[in-house]
Ligand binder design. Sequence first.
Ligand code: URP
Ligand code: ZN
Ligand code: ZN
Length: 484
Amino acid sequence: MEHDIVIHSGQIATADFLFDGDIAIKDGRIVAVAETIAGGERRIDAGGRIVMPGGIEAHAHIAQESAAGVMTADDYLSGSISAAFGGNSSFIPFAAQHRGQSIDHVLETYDARAARSVIDYSYHLIVSDPTEEVLRDQLPRAFERGVTSFKVFMTYDLLNLGDAGMLDILTVARAHGAMTMVHCENDAMVKWMNRQLAAQGLVAPKYHAISRPALAEAEAINRAVQLAKLADAPLFVVHVSTPEGAEIVRREKYGGAKLYAETCPQYLALTRNDLDRPGMEGAKFICSPPVRDTETQSALWHHVRMGTFESVSSDHAPYRADDSGKFGAGRDAPYPKIANGMPGIAMRLPYLFSQGVVGGRIRLEDFVALTSTNAARTFGCTKKGRIAPGMDADIAIWNPETRWTATLADQHDNMDYTPFEGMEITGRPEIVMNRGEVVVEHGALKAAEGQGRFFGRAPVDLRARPGVALSEFDPARNFGVGLR
Ligand code: URP
Ligand code: ZN
Ligand code: ZN
């Protein structure tokens, strides 16, 4: 059997170990990994390069309307191209249910949108309207087709499920082995802060940073985790932005809760001073939860190193700095009316590689785990995120020494700014493959529109975390009552 591609002489990086060797690819799959492999219709010399699983971007908003009705600047074509230039072989954007919509309708809509993708994709749902029918029939149907995760919100009027709603949906998720992702901010605290600031006329972008205190995140993370423990449901805390929140995650995760979490590069790279740039420039840096300060950055790096987070995800939420995005409510809109979110899908891996691996903060193995393998494990991507026979040939070949300066033109997205503008980066993906097809090679796009395919995902492996034994659910200590 002639291999389609042999990648030879590279340093192969996995989440567990590094070794020098070759990889053979046939029909889109890795078929052999060995010290040396002969032949190959195409032989790619990876001498001096790192060969690793392509990134799996597990938090991105693509062709998605916000609850306020603002459409992201990236569709599945520009979003997937940008992801690929940033070293990703696949991604899992959100398919958002708005109130009144059925989950079946949402998935049909996103299937049509995602057909343009140049890399493989799956979806996490966003559930904002968990009616009885949604909980009983529609969500289980989505899980059945491999959409085994969904996000819920503890804030925003059009999204917030409330504690009782969270418990109901966590119970359904537990029964089906689905992952509940949660946006944790205490809604009342945020609204109270907004009123305090508005009363004093403090509505410039920089005040966004203080309108959503660390306490609001920590309180909500703690509450979400306790709710999930009551239901014994797996929970994934998205975009953790504070040491207080990370500390709760660490404690509860190692206490046995079925708990997972991520942080994002913006919380490692940016501070509230970026929201204080002249004029309305600061609006570009508005996201929720907000970017914080340099002490927070150091503390979050500590948690990245300690294994508190499964992943570092981009939370790519591309709203242009014009009327189509950030300023839909006007050029001088007060911060609560400026669209939340910033782009970063092409910068997630380069930033983390440069600051993390080259900067000596994390090992290359950790980088692979944080950007690919852990997302595959957490979200049931059974054929992706690993270099091993039988896996999809989703592979990125990096030059670890390339030095470059981040700029908008490198992003290949549909945005008019990058929050990483001007940052010095070392290391860059040169070749990115998806199922053995070269998507990006030395700065050129090689894939055609629509080349990406949907991939269904397995349920959460509930054995991966023990859970916590609550006495209320032990019949021997609970008058023989069987609950849950
Ligand atoms: O501000 C942000 N992060 N926007 C994207 C939506 C979300 O909450 O993840
Ligand atoms: Zn969120
Ligand atoms: Zn997000």
